[in-house]
Design a protein. Structure first.
Lengths: 265, 265, 265
């Protein structure tokens, strides 16, 4: 498994996929920098006049609803539709799912356009699963991490999407056995937008890796391992943000394989 | 006083208030990172469809007009109105007050919605005071820092708001005696958006501290002390920005109390 | 030549020009920080209600179409028109020229408003030249760097604008002999928006330097030299971004003159 994941990391570095991002204002800069650091090429564009051409140019689409409004939602829907028409993979980051009725309605419309993958934190994945199944299948009665895993499985069964849950342990849920990654550091939660970076990185891997479960696993493993190693030379969240970009760029095969703690359920 | 301020800093770290920001594009990323570094939880959201729910979810609102336009001004006004209805504290950062007629008009509408606090630099506070009093009370005939202090007092008397003036010396003006903080470093003016960070941090403290003068004082003291200490290990504005985030996160009681230079007029 | 360029760098530091930016969401933060680091004062503002006043207040305008849409294009056109009326210099950064029909149409409208300068990478300059000349003068049949240089000359002849081409070698094309700068480092391409920073810095120099060819040359030389020196203490793109801001701020005359490799064709 570690060998395959490392090969995928090299594939992104050498093939430099063009990643079209419709993402939130807060993280545009570090999302672009994270993509550049792993060897991908980021594009940010949202004008309805050029979306169809941009989707055609790019290898994958990343939609992140963080700072959504009606103009941006129109762009997200148009881009996702076009990605589907052109048969390009796309990933949805459901930032703040469950926080407001508006977010949940927009997420339903986006999920109806069949993303290839979805990545969120536990509460976002649980909110999505709840909104997309019948009321009687409520998943909010058991413990949280259990819930998120059950919710991810419900979401996968309903939509066929590969689901990633970020947290102390990261889960990748698909038709294959559930994968767990035990890397990263709590300090990563004090840097804004590393979840958004994870989604963008998954996008880059979806563009070059045929097996979508492996694509997500490689991206999540890369970010978690790089974050854990970057933390060792950091004095706080400011230096972690910087060292993470450096480590995404310089990570070696030995560092990756010796640090990664992965298991299949 | 130093003991009380340090207790407020610990209160933010432990209570982790949810801070709703409607702020400018330039600083969204470092505002979110500054809030995370002090232990608060930032949310950025501006869609009219979800503003009411977001205000209800959050503990405090930060409105910053930096890159305003008609869409964002509508969001600012709706959010401030909702904050008032739900009796949540909110702070206004009047970026560029006095620079254009449009800014001054928008600021008048926002101030009519009774912010809990306002923080700006000397010229912004002077512009606000001038726009909100009768012509005969013009405050622009004396020296600048005097002017800003007099202007802040006028502004406080007219609106009841707690007023912060940022500069070489920071002033906190309210019904209590004026407080001065003599920390920080000139290099902080070469990093974009540290004034905006100050306003966001004040927001976090307004959420957890009952006495609003103390809330603003604690936030301003924290940022100024952290900036001054961060400068000691910095080679320029790039490393200052990074080291400041680290120091906001790691600042100890001893560092805070030994560095803070505060006095009451 | 090196003496003159250094004098221009000092002129920006001492005169601190006010630079009005209408730029893309991805780079607003580091554009502002780069301008502050060289001693300039950045302003970001795009509301139609205040654009005319902002242009009047500022010394120069920077228009960057990176994340354009109809609202922002209206702001760009209005601002450029106003800059022309008030006879203020302005620079256009044609991000993604040639990528979509929409970008090319917007760029034609902007170029009709006679920018003082244009800076882009080789493919952007080639796309601009192609779109602005008759079909029979196609420039896409020869090798790339040759093409970009020929395209820049066509663009200069058609519009009178000073043209900058960024790349391994930077070219400045105007009525004067072509200038080449052989500084920088490939790692700079892994940091998002350094091309956008180059355009903003050129803006600052256009505001204080009468000879527009020298203005662009000084800005490009400053950024390339600072980037090359910053790379020496960097472990990857994250630390390069930070060290570059530090070096823009601290660069000395000796460092600049000893590092700069410049020649005239």
């Amino acid at each position: 498994m570690k060998n395959i994941l490392w090969e995928h990391i090299l594939a992104v570095r050498t093939q430099s996929p063009l990643v079209h991002n419709i993402t939130n204002y807060v993280v545009m800069n570090n999302t672009a920098n994270a993509l550049l650091a792993i060897g991908a090429s980021p594009i940010m564009a949202h004008a309805r006049e050029e979306i169809d051409e941009m989707v055609a140019l790019c290898n994958v689409l990343v939609v992140n609803i963080g700072t959504l409004d009606d103009v941006w939602v129109d762009a997200m829907l148009q881009t996702a539709r076009q990605a589907r028409i052109l048969n390009k993979p796309w990933i949805l980051d459901p930032v703040g799912a469950g926080a407001t009725a508006y977010r949940d309605q927009v997420l339903s419309e986006l999920i109806a356009l069949r993303p290839t993958a979805i990545r969120g934190n536990a509460s976002e994945i649980m909110a999505l699963a709840k909104a997309n199944q019948s009321k009687t299948k409520g998943v909010d009665s058991t413990a949280q991490s259990q819930d998120a895993l059950a919710a991810a499985q419900v979401l996968h069964e309903l939509t066929g999407v590969v689901v990633g849950i970020s947290g102390e342990t990261d889960f990748i849920v698909s038709a294959q056995p559930v994968i767990q990654i035990h890397n990263g550091t709590p300090l990563m939660t004090r840097v804004t937008g590393l979840g958004c970076s994870a989604s963008a990185l998954i996008g880059a891997f979806l563009a070059v890796v045929e097996n979508k479960t492996e694509a997500m696993t490689a991206a999540v493993a890369l970010l978690s391992v790089a974050g854990e190693l970057a933390e060792k030379t950091s004095n706080g969240p400011g230096s972690l943000q910087m060292n993470l970009l450096d480590k995404l760029y310089t990570l070696t095969e030995d560092e990756f394989k010796n640090t990664l703690r992965i298991e299949t359920l």
